[in-house]
Design a protein around this ligand. Sequence first.
Ligand SMILES: *[C@@H]1O[C@H](CO)[C@@H](O)[C@H](O)[C@H]1NC(C)=O
Ligand SMILES: *[C@@H]1O[C@H](CO)[C@@H](O)[C@H](O)[C@H]1NC(C)=O
Length: 449
Amino acid sequence: ERSRDSVDSLRIQREPQNKVTVVLGAQWGDEGKGKVVDLLAMDADIVCRCQGGNNAGHTVVVDSVEYDFHLLPSGVLNKKAISFIGNGVVIHLPGLFEEAEKNSQKGLQGWEERLKISDRAHIVFNFHQAVDGIQEQLRQQQAGKNLGTTKKGIGPAYSSKAARNGLRVCDLVSDFSVFEEKFRVLAGHFQTTYPNLNIDIDAELEQLKVISVLGYAERLRPLVTDGVYFMHKALNGPSKKILVEGANAALLDIDFGTYPFVTSSNCTVGGVCTGLGVPPSHVGRVYGVVKAYTTRVGVGAFPTEQDNDTGDLLQSRGREFGVTTGRRRRCGWLDLVLVRYAHMVNGFSAIALTKLDILDTLPEIKIGIAYTADGKPLPSFPANMDVLTKVQVTYETFPGWCCSTEGVRSFDELPSQAQAYISFIENFLEVPVKWVGVGKSRESMIKLF
Ligand SMILES: *[C@@H]1O[C@H](CO)[C@@H](O)[C@H](O)[C@H]1NC(C)=O
Ligand SMILES: *[C@@H]1O[C@H](CO)[C@@H](O)[C@H](O)[C@H]1NC(C)=O
């Protein structure tokens, strides 16, 4: 029997100890989350990834060296922080080691001592990537349009997870013969489904095998940890700064995004809980990263797209090419109907507004503030893509500032037109803007409060 005292002490209402700070994309991705994460990761103790795979890309510039991160949390640059890849992430192991290698050549040091990987994370295999390519081809043939996936096997790996024949990190670092058997079953399943699939199962197994020098199991084992226990200790132990960097973005979320042109994971705030094993009471500040205009990669409805000189200007000034694929991004005006929708789902504490300087040369700037369909105003962001394709956007027009904001380091130094642009966004969303980005470096993120 427990003593009366211990029961009493349990019954005292306690505030959760440590909370996680979350950074999420609020549009269709490529908002510049990396820069915000990098800023916050400087004094973080733990930096986590909770969803997605190496289909996302973060560029972080430190001392004019450009690091590219796809799977590694960009916090891995901080020598004092532990990087954690949670159970909600799907991991292509050759991709992970290759990425670490590339960044090591640029100066990243000691990452293997600072990286932890959840044993419940699912593995992306080479055949998942091959299947991703085949599925895209089939979509193109059958429906005349593909999803524009990055062909990194993310969708097929999450499909295996949901179909319950996926393999997890804990399987790979355990009995290899059991792993091999499951691996062959999974690969066989894809071979039956896609007769054109040309994969070398034995070669991939060999690559994964324990004994081989190139094998991942041996290099992986020291990094693998029980993610739930790891997070639990971090949240309930001594005071710690814990950061979660979202990959992809709200409008690419499997549930809330512009389905079917979405990614396969939960990119909104709920993914933090399911992808790390963190109770909701431990979710603290949630920062939404919003680009000062809108971009979108690949196909799908894009109400504020400017398929003309304006879009071209944003594309070239903003250097809007994908980090993972090199694809040219479609560009258009800031769409606050869309960002407000992302806020409804995520409940942003504040916003980081990035790439404001890209608008420096425009004489006139617009913001989409309402949608109408068939002459009727829409109360929110529509679920149906056919509706979204034909909505009419109502714009608010702002005078541009037509001067360079490069080198500006405070809100007061910004041209008044730029200040008005920012204030409008805050008032519309009823969320404060905490940072404004006017360049590539860490210093170019102006802190407003
Ligand atoms: C996303 O979230 C939903 C709802 O919680 C869950 O059923 C699903 O498994 C999650 N998907 C992934 C890929 O984590
Ligand atoms: C640019 O293109 C968009 C559609 O892509 C159109 O709505 C807009 O009016 C165009 N702007 C100009 C200045 O032609």
